[in-house]
Design a protein around this ligand. Structure first.
Ligand SMILES: Cc1ncc(C[n+]2csc(CCOP(=O)(O)OP(=O)(O)O)c2C)c(N)n1
Length: 324
């Protein structure tokens, strides 16, 4: 464990990861009970990435998010109640229930929107970085996306432009190995997608996405580079999603490939392993963890109640706030 972390910071990491975890477990329950319209793509298992990266940012920075976006919002401190209400299609949601899980956003937290188009937010976040550079603000952008999005044209176009213009942006690949049921190892020759950075003349780094400290340290360096005018970094975080592609996917394709794959990743659970390590190293006591978990549980339950109690939008509003 790196000594530079204060107890407060370490507690902050766990707080954010545990909040994401409990929030999404409740989202999954909503789905199973038939209370959620549509589907949700859960971030369970990937919590260390958004937590470590967002802890390296300032409040004014921008985030490009994906269809798997709940964790990004939680890491930015978005309101759990408004998120939950949005996922349930309720009026109290961030977009008055009209965006749902896949278009969840919190503009006040720099979130430029989750995005149902794979690779769709990469140029949007790149544009935000360009704006920051053009206007001379001190902001940077972070673009989160999956490994499959790195095979979209938008990835290559954006990285080329950002590299050529030294834009203040960090590209974060959340490499959970599968694009729906397609194994990235079957469709890509470059197993380490960070290697592609070389083609654009920017640093490409591989990070243990199950370790929040490793993610944070790599992110701090990439953020510093972006903010000081030295251009983008491609950060590939190796990770795994606990659930299927979305809440309705049993992910049998993974078991067929390797029945032990999921279990071996779960042994490295970013939330539980961090907690065990902190206790073992006597940085945070079990009692302190329990207190924190109880507080988060109360926050999550308040959010659940808020979402349930929030009304559905009136049908007369069906066409308001709709831009396309
Ligand atoms: C342009 C486009 N192509 C295909 C899809 C269908 N699709 C939805 S999610 C997904 C896989 C995305 O995988 P990845 O980018 O690795 O993110 P992950 O789901 O693993 O987090 C695909 C192919 C889409 N939504 N948009």
């Amino acid at each position: 464990m790196d000594k530079k972390y204060s107890k407060e910071q370490l507690i902050g990491f766990y707080e954010t990861m545990y909040r994401m975890r409990r929030f999404e477990e409740e989202v999954f329950e909503f789905y199973k009970k038939g209370m959620m319209p549509g589907l949700a793509h859960l971030y369970l298992g990937e919590e260390a990435i958004a937590t470590g990266v967002c802890a390296a940012l300032t409040e004014n920075d921008y985030i490009g998010s994906t269809h798997r976006g709940h964790g990004h919002l939680v890491a930015r401190g978005a309101e759990l109640g408004k998120m939950m209400a949005e996922i349930l299609g309720k009026e109290g949601g961030y977009s008055r229930g009209k965006g749902g899980s896949m278009h969840i956003m919190a503009l006040d937290k720099g979130i430029l929107g989750a995005n149902g188009i794979v690779g769709g937010e990469i140029p949007i976040a790149t544009g935000a970085a360009y704006t920051a550079k053009y206007l001379g603000t001190d902001q940077i952008a972070v673009s989160f996306f999956g490994e499959s999005a790195s095979n979209e044209g938008t990835f290559h176009e954006s990285l080329n432009m950002a590299a050529a213009w030294d834009l203040p942006i960090v590209y974060v690949i959340e490499n959970n190995l599968y694009g729906i049921s397609v194994d990235i190892r079957d469709v890509t020759k470059t197993i380490d997608i960070a290697d592609r950075a070389k083609a654009y003349g920017i640093p490409g780094i591989i990070v243990d996405g199950m370790d929040v400290i490793a993610v944070h340290q790599a992110a701090e360096e990439a953020v510093k580079r972006a903010r000081s005018g030295n251009g983008p970094t491609l950060m590939e975080c190796k990770t795994y999603r606990w659930q299927g592609h979305h809440v309705g996917d049993p992910a049998v394709y993974r078991e067929r490939r390797d029945p032990n794959e999921k279990a071996s990743w779960q042994e490295r659970c970013p939330v539980d392993c961090f907690k065990d390590k902190m206790i073992e190293q006597k940085k945070i006591s079990e009692k302190e963890f329990k207190k924190l978990e109880d507080e988060i549980e109360a926050q999550v339950q308040t959010a659940v109640k808020f979402a349930i109690d929030s009304p559905y939008p009136d049908p007369s509003e069906a066409y308001t706030d709709i831009f396309a």
